[in-house]
Design a protein around this ligand. Structure first.
Ligand SMILES: Cc1ncc(COP(=O)(O)O)c(C=O)c1O
Length: 389
């Protein structure tokens, strides 16, 4: 189906931060398949783990125990401070699990119509519940009737949430991205998550964090909430967890961790031996190579580099980010930059119409980060000059 407006290129192979198309042209990938290939392309240890597992056992069913799934759950809980994990296959599904947990939690507290606070400019996925949670009318248009039970407030606005608390007895949870990705790389104020945690505690709401884009080391911490020193009740992961092998996870702790019981939720492929073995290899490599710290360092280098090169230019509204989630906001729509970049052998993305979004692999070297700064700055400078005249 014509679901995607595809760019006119097809890739054949990759290595690290590089891709080659079917004509043999080389590209620098500053997008990582939208925050998926944190370890770059064709990582030999990931490839070996997948091949080995494929030769041994790909799938059984969640009717049976799955040793790699158990190991992966333990490792994720240890890294995140969470207690239990439900495995699925995508980000939307991780959020669906979170939404179902919130509703069960609400009913367990005697609330018949539980509501979840969600944010403007958020993105949570394309299923009916997650597109309803998403704060973007374009994502929702045509799919009405939407799902009930969501209350929307502006992002990074604690007073708006305090007002909701005053006016509604049905709220049971807050679902929020620690850094908004699709919404334009929006980094909230430093105390935002701390204060959200406090508000959730005060009202016995679940704090549910969508770390699907910001998780798995991308921001320079395993999970972005760790920068704030708080502990959420529910966390959604996917994207970089399998470095391209589809695997998602919904992590929970405390009361939230006990909501799903046999028969209340499930999915055929969720956490199968192949997917969980791949994710275990990803965690091994990230730990061996200290890639979380590397992402922090490269992210600071990229931000400083862009601020230095572009910061003073008229036409640049803001250069922002956390770790290797970088956004450069222009004062004009700039979607055509994606095609311009492609013509020069560079993969970038534009989101929220005016924000150049960069999500390079965490394995990007210092030298490669300089190349990204150079190439992207040149591209933006030229675009601003051309569109000024
Ligand atoms: C923050 C966030 N949540 C959820 C999703 C949906 O994930 P998926 O496309 O794997 O369903 C995305 C995808 O871009 C995302 O960035």
């Amino acid at each position: 189906m014509s679901t995607y407006a595809r760019l006119p290129v097809e890739f054949e192979r990759g290595e690290g931060i590089w891709l080659w198309d079917t004509e043999g042209r080389q590209y620098l990938d500053a997008l990582s398949g939208i925050a998926v290939c944190g370890l770059g392309h064709a990582h030999p240890e990931v490839a070996r783990a997948i091949a080995e597992q494929a030769g041994q056992l790909i799938h059984t069913s969640n009717l049976y125990g799955i040793p790699h799934q158990r190991l992966l759950a333990d490792r994720l809980c240890e890294l995140s401070g969470m207690e239990r994990v439900f495995f699925c296959n995508s980000g939307a599904e991780a959020n669906e699990a979170a939404i179902k947990i919130a509703r069960l939690y609400g009913h367990s507290r005697g609330i018949d119509m539980p509501a979840i606070v969600v944010m403007e400019n958020s993105f949570h996925g394309r299923t009916l519940a997650t597109l309803t949670a998403t704060g973007n009318r374009k994502v929702q248009a045509g799919f009405e009737p939407l799902v009930q039970g969501f209350v929307r407030v502006p992002y990074n606005d604690l007073d708006a949430i305090r007002k909701v608390a005053q006016n509604s007895d049905d709220v049971v949870a807050v679902l929020v991205e620690p850094v908004q990705g699709e919404g334009g790389i929006n980094v909230p104020d430093e105390n935002y998550l701390v204060e959200l945690r406090r508000l959730c505690d005060e009202h016995s709401w679940l704090l549910m964090l969508d770390e699907i884009q910001s998780g798995m080391g991308r921001t320079g911490a395993w999970f972005a909430y760790q920068h704030a020193g708080i502990q959420p009740d529910v966390v959604g992961l996917a994207k970089a967890l399998g470095n391209g092998v589809p695997v998602g996870a919904c992590l929970a702790r405390g009361e939230a961790a006990g909501m799903l019981t046999p028969g209340s939720h499930g999915t055929t492929f969720g956490g199968n031996p192949l997917a969980t073995r791949a994710a275990l290899a990803v965690l091994d490599i990230m730990q061996q190579d200290d890639l979380v710290a590397a992402a922090g360092a490269r992210g600071r280098q990229l931000l400083a580099g862009f601020r230095d090169r572009l910061g003073e230019l008229p036409g640049i509204v803001s250069i922002r980010g956390l770790g290797m989630m970088i956004g450069i906001e222009l004062d004009r729509p700039c979607a055509e930059l994606v095609g311009n970049a492609l013509n020069r052998g560079l993969l970038i993305n534009v989101t929220a119409e005016r924000v150049v979004r960069l999500l390079p692999p965490l394995i990007t070297t210092e030298h490669q980060a300089e190349m990204i700064i150079e190439k992207v700055s040149e591209l933006i400078q030229e675009f601003l000059t051309e569109t000024n005249t």
